[in-house]
Write a protein that binds this ligand. Structure first.
Ligand SMILES: *Cc1c(COP(=O)(O)O)cnc(C)c1O
Length: 418
């Protein structure tokens, strides 16, 4: 069973100050999980997690992760600006962008971030718009289909990212000639993997590539970035990943492949987003309508504006009707938001306890790619974000949008007196 990290009593207290809908994050859970990850890779001297900012772009969350020793992975100008605002600098920032505008490379260079190039042609582009740094990383795309011993995981051959093998070799050669001194290798081949095999398999591929690149180009490889992709069990029946097993699996590949090649000083980096935050966020909403037509509907005060994954990917998010955890789940509902868009459904044909108007619902695993994917369709406004602190007090870490925020891009006109 999935159990919320807040109780009904806590939520009743919180909603006196902060009306639903809101996202709430569990500081204790975030910190403990970050420490487990660090533990799992403690065998590697240079290990560092660069949290993927896009998953949960909130400076308070980034600050918690900073205190736990994490860096940040950015992919846009504003993500870089947020990293700077929180105090990340230099090698605490990985810039893993693609289709990168010149101004973003300029900003990344200004912050002395480690740039992870997505494409061969970006070598020339970066040199032209911002100059080449002393250390650089390149993103690898092996093409074809990516498989582990457990089966097929994804289809890199269809993905827009990265360099081909030949481009990696040629690119490293060119970069070395142009004075780059240290190199990184990055690859992201499968998303939301529920398997302890993903990282070790990916590591094996990248470690062999590192050896080949070193042999063919003579470069000094400083780090290998396994990027994101470790998943979380959104469904209650799914088995969670064991980060200790994953860390040991990568270690085994490291000792079998890199050590004998004399590359025992290569640092392992990760850029996890979902794994770091998803389980430690809830979207809390109130049931405000029920509707009985050809199906039974419960309408919430939240919508896809607050959580887009179900509408966008048909993603499953577990729902707890607070205070009714032990009641029989004998009602079949579609749980919907208010957008004029029929895919605005948090759940379809979900068996739940009988829901009454005013019931509080917790939508689970919204801590990553939740709030951040939100949009403003139908002029609906984004919610507040709250932090449940380790001492159980609650801090607002982002206020809810107001109509004024929505209309602010018309501030040059006379239509809205702001
Ligand atoms: C999205 C992304 C991540 C994080 O992915 P998760 O699935 O959240 O772990 C890491 N690196 C890059 C380059 C990404 O685009």
């Amino acid at each position: 069973m999935k159990k919320p990290f807040v109780t009904l009593e806590q939520l009743k207290e919180i909603t006196k100050t902060y009306p639903t809908p809101f996202h709430i994050y569990d500081e204790k859970g975030i910190r403990e999980n970050a420490r487990r990850l660090k533990d799992a890779f403690s065998w590697n001297k240079g290990f560092k997690e660069y949290f993927a900012v896009k998953a949960t772009p909130n400076p308070f969350i980034l600050n918690i992760l900073k205190e736990e020793g994490c860096g940040v992975d950015c992919a846009s100008l504003t993500e870089l600006m947020m990293a700077e605002a929180v105090g990340f600098t230099g090698d605490e920032i990985m810039f893993s962008s693609n289709v990168t505008p010149a101004e973003e490379f300029v900003m990344a260079r200004k912050l002395n971030a480690t740039i992870n190039l997505d494409d061969f042609t970006h070598i020339e582009y970066l040199e032209k718009v911002a100059g080449l740094p002393k250390i650089i990383s390149c993103r690898y795309n092996p093409g074809g289909v990516f498989t582990t011993t457990n089966g097929i995981m994804d289809n890199p051959g269809d993905a827009k990212y990265g360099f081909t093998k030949e481009q990696m070799i040629e690119g490293f050669r060119i970069l070395k000639e142009k004075g780059v001194e240290e190199f990184g290798i990055h690859s992201f081949l499968a998303s939301n993997t529920i398997s302890n095999e993903y990282y070790p398999t990916l590591a094996g591929i990248l470690f062999k590539l590192a050896i080949e690149l070193q042999e063919k180009t003579g470069v000094n490889i400083k780090f290998i970035n396994l990027s994101g992709g470790i998943g979380v069990p959104y469904r209650p029946e799914e088995k969670p990943n064991d980060i200790m097993v994953i860390g040991e699996g990568v270690r085994k590949a490291y000792e079998e492949i890199l050590l004998p090649a004399g590359m025992g000083d290569v640092a392992i980096y990760t850029e996890l987003g979902r794994y770091m935050l998803a389980p430690y966020g809830h979207l809390v909403a109130t049931a405000i309508h029920e509707k009985h037509i050809y199906k039974e509907y419960i309408g919430l005060d939240a919508s896809a504006v607050n959580l887009m994954r179900p509408a966008m990917y048909g993603a499953y998010h577990h729902i707890t009707v607070m205070g009714k955890e032990d009641a029989p789940h004998n009602c079949k509902y579609d749980i919907t938001g208010s957008l004029c868009e029929n895919n605005d459904k948090f759940a379809i044909d979900r068996m739940l306890p009988k829901i009454d108007i005013g019931d509080l619902l917790v939508i689970h695993d919204t801590g990553a790619h939740g709030f951040s994917m939100g949009y403003n369709y139908n002029g609906k406004l984004k919610s507040a974000e709250l932090l449940l602190k380790e001492d159980k007090s609650v801090q607002m870490i982002r206020r809810a949008e107001t109509p004024k925020d929505y209309f602010t891009t018309f501030d040059f006109t006379d239509f809205f007196k702001l």
